[in-house]
Unconditional design. Structure first.
Length: 265
């Protein structure tokens, strides 16, 4: 039978020393963890102070600038709403004119031509950027008789505020063979005058005629399709205006378009 050795005072003293060493080790470990947490807390306090200063700077230094931008955007929005209302009114007038034409007696010859713009624009991000206008200029024979030799004039005001580009060529088709080979749907345009550059420079006017269409039949549409105008703000005027005029052999003095393009800077 195994006997247990009685615990002596020496053994008890050793056990106490071991426990003391263990507790001191635990205390040291917790003290290290506490120091780490204290450092992290200081970092968070500094980070919070930095963010508060940054927020205070934004609120005090930039709020006026943002308010001005908001006011400017609100004014632009109001201007576009007014322009949209005008476009809707002109569209209603156009529909009324078409309805009147349909109700006229078809036995009576009617020679009538109208034109109008359909367009959209891309706003500049800054005052130094260009404004981009995209659109179509449409000629519509709303009469009962064909119209001969149609052409258009697009005028940009102020003269040097914008440049027109689109399906335009400086080399018009001259031979009957080339004309017959062209696709009927082709709506390429060419300049009416040989000195067209001088006319554009002096008057801001683009005189164009279709390459493959010398006759506009009743109810037929003819479009100067997908034109583009790049416009820059000038110190002379506060608005960009694009006017359109339709001409033909039957209306040599021209007819103004039903609507103009007006952009207020």
């Amino acid at each position: 039978m195994k006997r247990h050795r009685p615990t002596t005072d020496t053994d008890h003293h050793l056990q106490l020393q071991q426990k003391i060493i263990h507790y001191r080790s635990e205390i040291a470990n917790y003290q290290n963890k506490l120091k780490i947490l204290e450092r992290e807390l200081k970092k968070e306090i500094l980070r919070n102070q930095y963010l508060q200063k940054k927020l205070h700077h934004i609120q005090t230094e930039h709020i006026e600038e943002y308010e001005k931008k908001i006011a400017s955007l609100e004014n632009q929005l109001l201007s576009y709403e007014v322009a949209l209302e005008e476009e809707k009114a002109q569209f209603r007038k156009l529909k009324e004119n078409l309805s009147l034409q349909e109700n006229l007696h078809h036995s009576q010859p009617i020679i009538k031509l109208q034109s109008f713009f359909n367009y959209s624009f891309l706003l500049p991000e800054t005052n130094e950027d260009e404004l981009l206008l995209f659109g179509d200029f449409t000629l519509d024979n709303i009469g009962t008789e064909p119209l001969h030799d149609p052409m258009i004039c697009i005028r940009i005001k102020p003269i040097h505020a914008g440049k027109l580009s689109g399906k335009m060529t400086t080399k018009p088709v001259k031979t009957e063979e080339n004309f017959l080979l062209a696709e009927p749907s082709s709506q390429e345009w060419t300049f009416v005058h040989e000195n067209w550059r001088e006319i554009v420079k002096n008057n801001g006017e683009y005189w164009l005629k279709p390459v493959h269409h010398s006759l506009l039949a009743p109810s037929e549409l003819l479009q100067f399709h997908h034109f583009e105008i790049r416009a820059s703000k000038t110190t002379e005027e506060s608005a960009l205006v694009v006017e359109g005029y339709a001409y033909c052999k039957e209306f040599p003095k021209g007819i103004p378009s039903l609507n103009n393009i007006i952009v207020n800077w």
